[in-house]
Each structure stands twice: as C-alpha cells, then as structure tokens.
Ligand binder design. Structure first.
Ligand SMILES: NC(=O)c1ccc[n+]([C@@H]2O[C@H](COP(=O)([O-])OP(=O)(O)OC[C@H]3O[C@@H](n4cnc5c(N)ncnc54)[C@H](O)[C@@H]3O)[C@@H](O)[C@H]2O)c1
Length: 361
C-alpha cells in the first residue's frame, strides 16, 4: 500500500518505519527541513531503541522516504496518517491548529479517494473537525478515521509491531477494509483490532492515559504514606500487584509522571469535560497530587541542607521523563533542577540518551 505519514516525531517516524517494515511504501513528510535532510542522509533524528535497524533496512529497500513537500507525498498515497503535535493550549485544551491546518491543505491537494487517519491524540469531535476542514477545499470523496496510538517511548518499535490492541474509529466500510488489511501483519497473534465509532476511539486514548496517570499517582500517595508510618512500599506494591484485578504494572512509586503525553492528555480530558459541563473530580485530584510529587525530591533536599543551597554542588542522574528515551518534555527532573537552582544550588546533570535534547532546551 502507498502511505504518507505527516509529522515524523516519536509517533510518525515509528509508524512510518514499521509500516515500511511490513512491505508498504511509505513517504514521511515533515515541515522541519533540517530534520528531513538528516533522515535523507540516513540519520534517525530521535533516540528510540531498535528504530535505527528498521530505518536503515527500509530506506535501503526503497520502501521509506522523506520529504518536506506535502503535495507530492499526498499525491502518491492512498492512506494518509496525521502524526502531528497536539500541545496544550493556554487553557489546557489540545491545540488542534497543526492538524486542522494540514487538513485544509489536504483538501486542496486530493484528487482521488483517500483515507485520512488521525494518529495524534485528540479530543472527542476532532474527526468531525478534520472532515470539515478537508471538505472546505475538497471536491472528492474521502474518509477521516481515528486511530489513536498507544506506543510507549523507549519501547515504541516493539509496541507498534506487537500492539496489545489496535483501536480504529470509523463508520466507513471502505476505510475499515483498508485498515483491516494494513494492520493484519501486526495482529497475527490474536491481539485484537477493535473497531468503533470515531468519538469512542478518540476518548479511548484519553481514558487510557488518564487511568494510567491515576494508577501512578495513587501509588505515589501510598508511598508518601508508607514513609510517614514506616511501611515498605515495595512490599506493599508486590502484595497489591499480585492481585490479578490490580495487575503489577504502573505500581512503581516515583517523582511524578511527566513526558509529552500524560500531563497534556489528562489536562485536555478535564478541559473537554468542562466544555460539556462535566467535572472530572478524580482526574483533577490526580493533577494536583502529581504536581506536588514533582517537587517532593527538591523539598527533601532542602529539608536536609536548609532552604539556602548556595555553595552546594549537586549531581543529578537522569534528565528524560523515563529511561531509554531522549524526550525531556515535562520531565520531573527539570522541575527539580529549577527548584534547586532557585535555592542557589549548582547542578551537574547526566543522562545516557537525553544530553543533546537537554542542551537544546
Ligand atoms: N510521543 C509519544 O509517546 C506518543 C504516544 C502516543 C500518542 N502521541 C501523540 O501523537 C502526536 C504526535 O506526538 P509526537 O510525540 O510524535 O510529536 P513530536 O513533536 O515528536 O513530532 C511532531 C512532528 O510533526 C512535525 N510537524 C509539525 N507541523 C507540521 C506540519 N505542518 N507538517 C508536517 N510536519 C509537521 C514536527 O516537525 C515534528 O517532527 C501527539 O498528539 C501525541 O500526543 C504521542
């Protein structure tokens, strides 16, 4: 199949490379000319374990290419993935401008049937907005599908090739048939492709991320309490996690969730709820507790050395929001650094993958 992937970040590049790996011809489009030039020269612009091997193989086999030219990429493809940023706007809602601007452009370009697939994390109702934006300029039949991505940075290639499930939101029989065929190689072991309507697919992603953020935050609260009463949170975690109704994943306490997804998605769900008069009380508390957790480490250091850290030299290991990624977006380490530097400390930080990204910031 001929595929175009618009946006070659953590999601787009992994998506494009993995679809090339299963024999499709993929052209990846990005607005960042420097990034595209690097990729054309065989350089993977992000750190993601195992991506380099697939990337190199598929470029060599002629199945994976890169361009800044949206028009030529779209003309060649029947299937178009949008893997564009949806950062939080000033009010916490997802900024859809990247997606809607590209959707308007698509409407001007398409001259034959296309399936336009939203892989970005977007609020309920976005497929309708994308449809309207494309239709503004389009004179031809097309379908807009919601296909949220569940990959984890650090495990992205494996997660994409062997997903727990694939969620596809569409009411079009034609789009359903195309996507069923496209995803067939990824679900051979019985992992399901779950078809639903567009709105439910959009919400599934927010619900999943908010649930996981809640699980992490719950465990952080239990850990804080353990410290006060002298219980061992690691023992509690093992005792709890062996209950199959609870499961043992996402129960490790830490310095709060961060990254480019959980903070913005949790916030966006709350904002979407407000728009229809619904107040997500649990999720609001999760955001508050997580915020508190992020500065706990700095507070512990101050409790030991005093509030004035002038003249203190501190070493900090780990800058990214979790291991095996160079992504430092919303990383708790950055909050801790700000807090400690504001108190006068001098910090020397190290990360095995995220040094370059940290210098850029
Ligand atoms: N990073 C993750 O782990 C993850 C997982 C699941 C879902 N998501 C969602 O996927 C979406 C993309 O996330 P990401 O982390 O890959 O983002 P990213 O910031 O890493 O990548 C986005 C890419 O889009 C490019 N871009 C911006 N405007 C463009 C345009 N007009 N045309 C072409 N390219 C353009 C940027 O240059 C960048 O390369 C977001 O909605 C995110 O919430 C991310």
């Amino acid at each position: 199949m001929q595929i175009a992937v618009v946006g070659t970040g953590y999601v787009g590049l992994v998506t494009g490379t993995c679809f090339a790996e299963t024999g499709n011809n993929v052209i990846c489009v990005d607005i960042d000319a420097v990034k595209v030039e690097k990729m054309k020269n065989g350089e993977v612009p992000i750190y993601e374990p195992h991506l380099d091997i697939l990337f190199e193989r598929n470029i060599k086999e002629g199945r994976l290419a890169f361009t800044t030219d949206l028009k030529s990429a779209i003309e060649q493809a029947q299937i178009i993935f949008l893997a564009l940023p949806t950062p939080p706007g000033e009010d916490g809602s997802a900024d859809l401008s990247y997606i809607l601007n590209v959707a308007e452009e698509l409407g001007k370009i398409i001259t034959e049937y296309k399936v336009i697939i939203d892989k970005s994390t977007v609020p309920v109702g976005t497929a309708e907005k994308v449809t309207a934006a494309v239709a503004k300029n389009a004179t031809i039949d097309f379908d807009v599908v919601s296909n949220p991505e569940f990959l984890r940075e650090g495990f992205a290639v494996n997660d994409f090739l062997k997903p727990d499930r694939v969620v596809i939101g569409t009411r079009s029989a034609k789009a359903k048939q195309i996507l069923e065929k496209l995803y067939k190689p990824f679900v051979r072991q019985g992992n399901p492709v779950i078809f639903m309507d567009e709105k439910s697919a959009e919400l599934t992603k927010y619900a999943a991320n908010s649930f996981l953020a809640t699980k992490i935050t719950f465990m952080n609260e239990i850990a804080n309490y353990c410290e006060l009463i002298g219980a061992d949170v690691d023992a509690v975690r093992r005792g709890m996690g062996t209950d199959t109704r609870i499961g043992n994943r996402f129960l490790f306490p830490g310095i709060g969730y961060g990254g480019s997804c959980f903070p913005k998605d949790v916030q966006a769900l709350v904002k979407s709820g407000k728009e229809v008069g619904y107040d997500f009380e649990i999720i609001n508390s999760v955001m508050d507790v997580n915020h508190r957790q992020k500065v706990t480490m700095a507070q512990k250091i101050k409790a030991y050395f005093g509030d004035d850290l002038s003249g203190k030299k501190l070493a900090l290991w780990g800058l990214s929001f979790k291991p095996d990624t160079d992504d430092i977006r919303e990383a708790p380490a950055l909050y801790i650094i700000d807090e400690l530097v504001a108190a006068g400390a001098e910090i020397t930080a190290y990360d095995p993958a995220a040094m370059q990204m940290s210098k850029v910031k």
